[in-house]
Design a protein around this ligand. Sequence first.
Ligand SMILES: Nc1nc2c(c(=O)[nH]1)N[C@H]1C(S)=C(S)[C@@H](COP(=O)(O)O)O[C@H]1N2
Ligand SMILES: [Mo]
Length: 426
Amino acid sequence: MRSRAQAALAAGPPPGPARPGFWRSPLRGPWLTGVFGLLLLVGVTVLFVTGLLSYAAYNPDLAPLNDQTPDKGWLGFYLFTWPTSPYWLYRLTQGTHTVLGVVLVPILLAKLWSVIPKLFAWPPLQSAAHALERLSVLLLVGGAGFTFVTGILNIQLNYIFPGSFYVLHFYGAWIFMGAFVVHVAFRLPRAVRAVRAGREHQPESGSEEAAGLVSPNPAPPTISRRGAVALVGAGSLALFLVTAGQSVGGWWRRTAVLAPHGRDPGTGPNGFQINKTAASSGIRPSDIGPDWRLTVRGGGRQVVLTRAMLLALPQTVSALPIACVEGWSTPDQDWSGIRITDLAALVGLGTDTPQVLVESVQRGGAFSSVVLAPNQARDARSLLALRVNGADLSADHGYPARVIVPGAPGVHNTKWVGRLTFGEPA
Ligand SMILES: Nc1nc2c(c(=O)[nH]1)N[C@H]1C(S)=C(S)[C@@H](COP(=O)(O)O)O[C@H]1N2
Ligand SMILES: [Mo]
């Protein structure tokens, strides 16, 4: 006797999207899916590489303070010391990461649209292998959706997450990457074959080559397959044009209508992007007034300096950008201040400057302290900056003193610095 479930399966798919005839677009087929798939293969691979680089740029192995994913285990297997040259490195990798992430959205959606009939394939589970394949697709689509959504929300709305964006995006990306590798391994040969066969070649519905993508009763076309690809490309180009300006900075920032934090940072020497203002970071005027002091500790010694004393030390100028994880960056600014190595020398340390803990006078907040690696502290361009573009730092840019390091993510350029501790903190 057959069970009810077996009888239902034998009767074929229920009315609706599981019926093959439900999906009627004549555009769907291996060529279209293959084109979007190959574009994503290239684009998403660049996203993964730049994303992993961004993670390495935080030097999470250096100190618990830098590491917001202490349970990462072997997922941090590839970590390396983030270099200080070229000084625009993070500006390039993170600008690429965020702009590309936005630009790929239309292609990702188009790819999903092209394979939608397969999500409703009937019967839902045909064999153990089919069940595994569906699970991998679920992880792929879920991982992609989650990683793209968290990334875009972080660019646009900043700090709205339950918990840390960093942690969510990090673990989500690993799931996405794992499922992506499996999917590419299975599908790449088919995609290459389909694209080689050309866009005019539409296999018979139901054939093995059609891969469940071709409609058995296609509606008359309203656009060509090439037209559909061009339309998606135009969508990506439009997103590029309203996003990329924030990574270029300067005048181009005005073109980035999708950019967060407002597009007008004012004019004058301090007229460049501000991440968080002094007021929004809880900095009181008295914290950064005449009573402000810098404490430098290390090698068993401690020195306390006023801003006037710092200004009396030899001043160095470094032309360096700020490049935020959100993808925005500024062109080079002329920072002037005291070399980190010169501050180490004040407490008697030699040129083999050790790592340094930088602490802001800001109370709390995830960005109020950071540990800089020895290579960062030793770089002759790394400064405790007092002035920028020939003027005193504005309160919003970190007056009385801020750190600026070549090649580092913006978040390592701590503002309103109150204390530097060289060597392993006690
Ligand atoms: N004390 C402190 N320093 C900080 C921050 C902060 O919130 N507090 N934000 C960091 C981040 S995320 C960036 S991108 C840069 C931005 O510097 P800017 O506002 O001068 O452009 O400052 C960094 N330094
Ligand atoms: Mo940032």
